[in-house]
Write a protein that binds this ligand. Structure first.
Ligand SMILES: NC(=O)c1ccc[n+]([C@@H]2O[C@H](COP(=O)([O-])OP(=O)(O)OC[C@H]3O[C@@H](n4cnc5c(N)ncnc54)[C@H](OP(=O)(O)O)[C@@H]3O)[C@@H](O)[C@H]2O)c1
Length: 228
C-alpha cells in the first residue's frame, strides 16, 4: 500500500484518487481553496482518503501527483517534494494558462518546466493524454485482455519503475516513451493525445489502447513534426 499525495483534486486528481482508493492505497488530496472544500469528495472516497493543504499532501505522499492548471505549476511546493517521485499530468492550454514563451517556441516541454521547478524530485509525465472519464472507465485488472497502456516519460528509470508499479495497481500497463524531453510526443494536439482512447468521434465509448496502437500514434506524432 502506498500513500498518494494529490496536488489538485479536480477532474484528473479526483479520478486518480478514486482508482487509488479502489486499489487499497491511501490518498491525501489538496486544492487551492483549502481542505474543507474537499469534504464531499473525502466522504465519498472513505477511510483511505483525507484532505490537506498542498504542502501537507506533498509531505504525506510516497508518490505525489501534480494535477493543477499548468499556470499554477510554480505554486507547487518544492521543499517537501525533494527526493520524491512526482507524476505530472499537466497540459498546456494558452487560453487557460496564458502564453509561456518556452512552450510556444518548443524549446522545452510542460513536464520539463515542472522538473526545472522541482530540481530535486524525479518527475514522470503521466495521465496527461487520457480524458478523465476514460481513465476511470478503462481501468482493468492485471492480465485482462482489454487492459490499456498509459504513456510515461521521465529521466529517472527507478522513478518510472515506481510509477509503472502504481499504474499496474490502478488498472493499467505502463508504456515508456523515453526521457522527459520526449514528452512532447503525447502532449496536446498530437496524434497520441487523448484520441488514442477514442474511436472516431465516439467519446462515449472509449476503446482500450494496446502498446501497438499507442506506438503507432507516437510514430505519427513524429511524422507530423518532421513535416512541419
Ligand atoms: N480533464 C482531463 O480529462 C485531463 C486529462 C489529462 C490531463 N489533464 C491536465 O491535468 C491538469 C488538471 O486537469 P483537471 O481537468 O483535473 O483540472 P481541474 O478539474 O480544473 O482541477 C484543477 C485542480 O487544481 C487545483 N489547483 C489549482 N491551483 C492550485 C494550486 N496552486 N495548488 C493546489 N491546487 C491547485 C484546483 O483547486 P481549486 O478548485 O480549489 O482551485 C483543482 O482541484 C491540467 O493541466 C489538465 O490540462 C486534464
Amino acid at each position: 500500500m502506498t500513500t498518494i499525495g494529490l496536488i489538485g483534486a479536480g477532474n484528473i486528481g479526483s479520478t486518480v484518487a478514486r482508482l487509488a482508493v479502489a486499489a487499497g492505497h491511501d490518498v491525501v488530496l489538496s486544492n487551492s481553496r483549502g481542505p474543507e472544500t474537499l469534504d464531499d469528495l473525502v466522504a465519498e472516497l472513505g477511510d483511505h482518503a483525507r484532505a490537506a493543504t498542498a504542502q501537507e499532501a506533498a509531505e504525506a505522499g510516497d508518490i505525489v501527483v501534480v494535477t493543477v492548471p499548468l499556470k499554477a505549476y510554480r505554486e507547487v511546493p518544492e521543499e517537501p517534494l525533494r527526493g520524491k517521485v512526482v507524476i505530472d499530468t499537466n497540459n498546456y492550454y494558452p487560453e487557460r494558462d496564458g502564453h509561456i514563451a518556452e512552450l510556444d517556441d518548443e524549446s522545452t516541454t510542460t513536464s520539463e518546466l515542472l522538473q526545472a521547478h522541482l530540481p530535486e524530485s524525479s518527475v514522470v509525465k503521466g495521465f496527461n493524454n487520457i480524458y478523465f472519464e476514460h481513465l476511470l472507465s478503462l481501468a482493468r485488472p492485471s492480465g485482462a485482455e482489454d487492459r490499456s497502456v498509459l504513456a510515461i516519460a521521465g529521466d529517472d528509470m527507478a522513478a518510472k519503475a515506481e510509477v509503472a508499479e502504481l499504474l499496474d495497481s490502478l488498472g493499467y500497463d505502463a508504456y515508456d516513451v523515453g526521457p522527459l524531453a520526449e514528452g512532447w510526443r503525447y502532449q496536446r494536439d498530437t496524434t497520441a493525445y487523448a484520441g488514442v482512447y477514442v474511436d472516431g468521434d465516439d467519446w462515449e465509448h472509449p476503446r482500450p489502447a494496446t502498446p501497438e496502437l499507442l506506438a503507432e500514434k507516437l510514430a505519427a506524432a513524429q511524422r507530423y513534426r518532421d513535416m512541419a
